[in-house]
Design a protein around this ligand. Structure first.
Ligand code: IPE
Ligand code: IPE
Ligand code: MG
Length: 261
């Protein structure tokens, strides 16, 4: 028993040293301002263990907390999680119910820590179409952290990029009809101002876990020039070390925005 236990401890120590080493290797001047994460693979993580899919979501929630802490300690300005898409309503009802209860649970366990960390929590997506208890929890997060000036933490819940753009277009057309704007006023900046992400810089880095190489209707307008990082790791197996690794990869990219470097 003992040598095995010792080796685990040593392994953990090594991991901590490796993580600290990686943080010091990250260039403080070239950190992504905004990191957006498609937290995928909870269901497969659970299936591999013979557990119900909901157990994967519970394990994923712990990683959401771990990466918030890592991002905050690193001084990242904006962290966005894709937590529930407009297409995820197609899942079995018990799974949807479980996912809709998670924010209520997270409010109980994590609101105080987020307040202490000066984190400002915001929601992207149509909150009003979530169950009323969920909506109440989401609003309480926003209300109780709205004056905080630290990390901006966005949760995309009942979020779909196409529906966000359609709603922006409808509002714009309405504003033209009301005479508030003219068609010539429509610019990229104006479009930004009609999106859930208004006032937030576009993601510099998008991470998707679980080996799927697709965007799944996430921030289509906003990621025009984001760096994309795909990893095979399932979300419940992702950790701070993997997060720092993704940032290190980002720091080796050359961003050209169509120009010549
Ligand atoms: C991501 O994990 C969480 C949500 C989409 C809510 P999945 O539940 O999609 O996990 P997989 O893709 O089935 O493994
Ligand atoms: C994307 O994952 C949405 C979230 C992580 C919330 P999905 O698991 O829903 O995406 P697809 O169905 O594999 O494209
Ligand atoms: Mg999935």
């Amino acid at each position: 028993m003992m040598p095995f236990f010792k080796s685990i401890k040593k392994n953990k120590q090594d991991q901590a040293i490796a993580a600290a080493d990686r943080i010091t290797r990250l260039q403080a001047s070239n950190l992504p301002k905004h990191i957006a994460i498609i937290t995928d693979g909870n269901g497969r993580w659970a299936k591999k263990r013979g557990l119900p899919r909901t157990a994967g979501h519970a394990a994923g929630m712990k990683k959401v907390r771990e990466i918030i802490r890592a991002a905050d300690e690193l001084g990242i300005q904006v962290l966005t999680y894709y937590s529930f898409s407009t297409e995820n309503w197609k899942r079995p009802q018990d799974e949807v119910d479980y996912l809709m209860k998670l924010p209520i649970e997270f409010l109980k366990t994590d609101l105080n820590e987020l307040i202490k960390r000066n984190v400002k929590v915001q929601m992207l997506g149509e909150k009003s179409k979530t169950p009323s208890e969920t909506q109440k929890a989401l609003e309480e997060f926003e209300e109780k952290t709205k004056h905080n000036s630290g990390l901006i933490l966005n949760f995309a819940i009942n979020y779909g990029s196409r529906s966000e753009m359609i709603s922006a277009m409808k509002q714009m057309i309405n504003d033209v009809q009301q005479g508030h704007i003219k068609p010539d006023d429509v610019t990229e900046d104006l479009m930004d101002s009609y999106l859930f992400t208004k006032d937030i810089p576009d993601p510099d880095l998008v991470i998707r876990t679980s080996g799927e190489i697709r965007i799944s209707n996430f921030l289509l307008w906003q990621i025009a020039y984001s760096e994309l990082c795909f990893t095979d790791t399932l979300w419940p197996d992702f950790d701070a070390e993997a997060f720092f690794q993704a940032i290190e990869d980002f720091q080796h990219r050359t961003r050209r925005y169509g120009a010549v470097k």
